[in-house]
Design a protein. Structure first.
Length: 198
């Protein structure tokens, strides 16, 4: 009688173990297929002029140059030195209260020798230089807790301007040429490893 009472529990335990132990093998069989898409046409561009948030406005254009030759999917080559154009997507001036300026660039296209325009978009995964933020320059917050000094610090922080953001001439930006990256029909390069703290 006691054997019959515990038999269903034993069967349940066996079923649970079968499901749990069987899970890893089914997960191994469902490994993702390798990405068969071709690599995106990727290279570096250098900004032609220094861009400063003190004078730049959203919508202003800027020029850049292709740094190294880039081979397109059809075998044609975009030579080094090819000129490209983009717009300043976002520009904010430094303001009172220690607010720093801000810049964000957006590449649009390069112009080939025959006048043809080839789309160019920034590689946002590996890019760190197409945006810039100006410094605050505010007094250290700890000083605000010091009696009397705190009043002066608060006044200083509220009245002085932050620093404007700058993207210097020659700054290099990773770009994709063609429509494939935007359409997702090519493979972007592997993201660069994050720098290790020293």
């Amino acid at each position: 009688m006691s054997r019959g009472r515990y038999a269903p529990a034993a069967g349940f335990a066996v079923a649970v173990l079968t499901v749990v132990l069987g899970a890893p093998s089914s997960a191994q069989q469902a490994a993702p297929a390798p990405d068969a898409r071709p690599f995106c046409v990727h290279g570096m561009a250098a900004v032609d002029d220094t861009i400063d948030s003190s004078s730049a406005r959203s919508g202003d254009r800027f020029r850049f140059q292709v740094v190294d030759p880039m081979t397109m999917a059809d075998g044609s080559v975009v030579p080094a030195g090819t000129t490209g154009y983009g717009i300043i997507a976002n520009a904010s001036h430094a303001e009172r209260g220690g607010r720093g300026g801000y810049l964000a660039l957006e590449t649009r296209f390069v112009v080939l020798s025959d006048g043809k325009h080839v789309p160019a978009i920034i590689d946002r995964t590996n890019d760190e230089r197409s945006t810039a933020v100006g410094g605050s320059g505010n007094a250290p917050g700890l000083l605000g807790w010091v009696p009397v000094v705190g009043y002066a610090v608060g006044g200083y922080d509220s009245l002085h301007h932050g620093k404007d953001a700058t993207i210097p001439r020659g700054t290099r930006i990773g770009i994709f040429l063609g429509d494939d990256a935007a359409l997702g029909t090519c493979r972007p390069p592997t993201p660069s490893p994050a720098p290790q703290p020293s």
